[in-house]
Design a protein around this ligand. Structure first.
Ligand SMILES: *[C@@H]1O[C@H](CO)[C@@H](O)[C@H](O)[C@H]1NC(C)=O
Ligand SMILES: *[C@@H]1O[C@H](CO)[C@@H](O)[C@H](O)[C@H]1NC(C)=O
Ligand SMILES: *[C@@H]1O[C@H](CO)[C@@H](O)[C@H](O)[C@H]1NC(C)=O
Ligand SMILES: *[C@@H]1O[C@H](CO)[C@@H](O)[C@H](O)[C@H]1NC(C)=O
Length: 380
């Protein structure tokens, strides 16, 4: 009897040991944090172009999007509308609203449920989502006001304020080790953080995220200034994705006081740039042909060549190089006010991505002030 019983105990403990070995770690156990495509496949990165709603078309037209990921040969129509859980954006950001000890930072100069008095004219002009666990996660940089909802909202959704205009998203999956560098870049950007949490279990890997979450959380006017003092005015950082692809983050703070694209990104990439940005504000910077590299404002676009729209209907902020196959997607417009605000862009050198963005630029402002095909506009 006792032999039988001890044998039973031995088997039981072996069984338990094997069970423990097979179970994934408790934290973030349910889902792998990653960028996901429309089919629910974890992807190393994607670019998402939310299309503008053409005048007098139904709301649904303003929720359509194009997607580009590593497997694609160019823009592919989104398989659902942008706010649905079954789409790339919902599948990627959705895990934020589930149970589990996840590290996250949500930042946006136009946060959800913004009170009128809080309108952000200080701090970084920067929008994004960082979500990670003890293994990996993603950094999503985007242009959409009031997006995404805070965790307390309980579920993913896309705001009505993001329907009319075009919007851009770049999502990259990174291993945990990259999030400290991402935190340092964010800190330079002086983000308005409206929701965040960094669990104890990962805190020692991401001290800058901890600092951002602690100090960047309460009150916009106070939050960024003391943080910024310990950061440089600008810094670029090479970030290797989970699959080892190189992305370059350009981050600037208020002290940079110059045009991100002409003064820094173009010379750094050693290429002329075509830049799409939000035109409907004051102090817009003209196309710039002064030495050394030209930066032209895009005027008319057609990503995917189905819908053609003006830059005035597109809130996206992106740049495509004229040579060298670079694409950058970020937060900063070309205007005087944003020379003095934090923000940045994330660039990748990839010929498929480049072709998708470069062919989206139909017309540009030449440096003589005329609107022409971008190739012709570059000749001035
Ligand atoms: C895990 O995912 C399943 C299916 O998505 C869900 O029903 C369940 O509640 C999740 N469990 C936890 C602990 O999050
Ligand atoms: C993608 O969408 C556009 C506009 O809605 C449509 O004209 C086009 O046929 C679609 N392409 C494919 C491959 O479904
Ligand atoms: C803002 O910062 C100033 C100076 O650092 C401090 O005196 C004040 O209490 C802060 N206000 C808030 C709301 O934290
Ligand atoms: C900051 O920007 C300038 C261009 O304005 C550039 O030359 C310099 O290398 C940048 N600094 C860092 C640390 O990247």
């Amino acid at each position: 009897m006792s032999i039988f019983f001890s044998h039973f105990l031995l088997s039981l403990s072996m069984f338990l040991a094997i069970l423990l070995f097979l179970l994934p770690p408790a934290e973030g156990a349910n889902s792998t944090l990653s960028c996901y495509d429309d089919q629910g496949t974890a992807v190393d990165w994607f670019y998402l172009y939310k299309l503008p709603r053409p005048h007098e078309e139904p709301t649904e037209e303003g929720l359509k999007y194009l997607l580009l990921e590593e497997k694609s040969e160019g823009w592919v129509n989104g398989s659902v509308l942008v706010g649905e859980m079954a789409g790339a954006l919902g599948r990627t950001v959705g895990p934020l609203y589930e149970e589990g000890e996840l590290g996250y930072i949500l930042y946006n100069d136009q946060p959800p449920e913004e009170h009128h008095s809080e309108n952000a004219h200080s701090g970084g002009h920067t929008k994004g989502v960082v979500l990670f666990d003890s293994r990996q996660g993603f950094w999503l940089v985007h242009s959409t006001p009031h997006f995404p909802p805070p965790k307390t909202a309980g579920s993913f959704s896309y705001p009505s304020s993001g329907v009319y205009n075009g919007q851009n998203f770049i999502c990259v999956t990174y291993p945990l080790e990259r999030f400290e560098t991402i935190g340092e870049q964010l800190k330079i950007n002086q983000p308005h953080i409206y929701d965040c949490h960094i669990p104890e279990s990962v805190a020692s890997s991401v001290p800058t995220m901890v600092e951002l979450c602690k100090h960047g959380h309460v009150g916009r006017s106070n939050s960024s200034a003391p943080l910024a003092s310990s950061s440089p005015a600008n810094r670029s950082a090479s970030l290797l994705s989970l699959a080892g692809k190189e992305f370059i983050s350009f981050a600037k703070g208020a002290a940079f006081e110059n045009d991100l694209y002409h003064s820094w990104v173009a010379p750094a990439l050693q290429a002329d740039l075509l830049v799409q940005f939000w035109r409907r504000s004051t102090g817009i910077l003209d196309s710039d042909c002064s030495p050394a590299y030209k930066v032209l404002n895009i005027n008319l676009l057609s990503p995917g060549q189905h819908l053609t729209f003006k830059a005035t209907e597109d809130h996206s902020k992106w740049a495509a190089s004229v040579s060298g196959s670079w694409v950058c997607v970020g937060d900063i417009n070309r205007n005087e006010a944003e020379e003095k605000r934090g923000g940045g862009t994330v660039c990748q050198q990839n010929s498929v991505v480049w072709k998708a963005y470069r062919t989206a630029a139909l017309k540009c402002d030449s440096c003589s002030g005329s609107v022409e095909e971008c190739e012709a506009a570059l000749l001035y």
